[in-house]
Write a protein that binds this ligand. Structure first.
Ligand SMILES: [Zn+2]
Length: 174
């Protein structure tokens, strides 16, 4: 029996998926709720090997909330220009540039990608981007705080180097 795994509650509902994320969704049986709208570049077949891409397409193409889109050539040119300005042009495949172009055309959508070049370009030009679902679950970041003087440390210490008092561990969600 397949157990439905929902997206994290605060996860964006309008997504543009990189090819590796498409594969992750299938591999992990992520359940995309009906209020999610997902854009997948229609040239995903160029990016994935034929067996994988056929599998992806056969599993996803009947779902109404998944759109296979190709951007206009002017949006693609804009994406190329941004890539050149960001110094990422040589690191981005035409599939990557298609993702950027689709984000330019659909600014309310968030790119989901683990690709460093895509993430870097998006951050420079304020295009919405997130890492894949499996990294986005909230991580705990620990810190240690002196019980007397309140000094904070990011590494575990037994005693406060400032006043010698014991430290207590805390965490914040990042
Ligand atoms: Zn102290």
């Amino acid at each position: 029996m397949v157990q439905e795994r929902h997206l994290p509650k605060n996860f964006p509902k309008k997504l543009i998926l990189d090819s590796t994320v498409v594969i992750q969704i299938l591999a992990k049986d992520w359940f995309l709720t009906d209020d999610c709208v997902v854009i997948i570049p229609a040239n995903i077949t160029e990016e994935l090997k034929s067996f994988e891409s056929n599998l992806v397409l056969s599993l996803l193409e009947n779902k109404q909330n998944i759109l296979f889109l190709i951007p206009s050539s002017s949006s693609f040119s804009k994406a190329v220009n941004l890539a050149k300005q960001a110094g990422e042009y040589g690191r981005l495949s035409s599939y990557d540039l298609t993702i950027i172009a689709l984000a330019i055309e659909n600014p309310e959508f968030t790119i989901i990608s683990d690709d460093n070049a895509i993430q870097n370009l998006c951050k420079i030009f304020n295009i919405r981007v997130e890492s894949s679902f499996f990294k986005i679950t909230k991580k705990k970041k620990y810190f240690w705080k002196c019980t007397v003087c309140g000094a904070k440390f990011t590494k575990k210490l037994v005693h406060c180097p400032d006043c010698g008092s014991p430290l207590k561990r805390y965490f914040s969600k990042v």
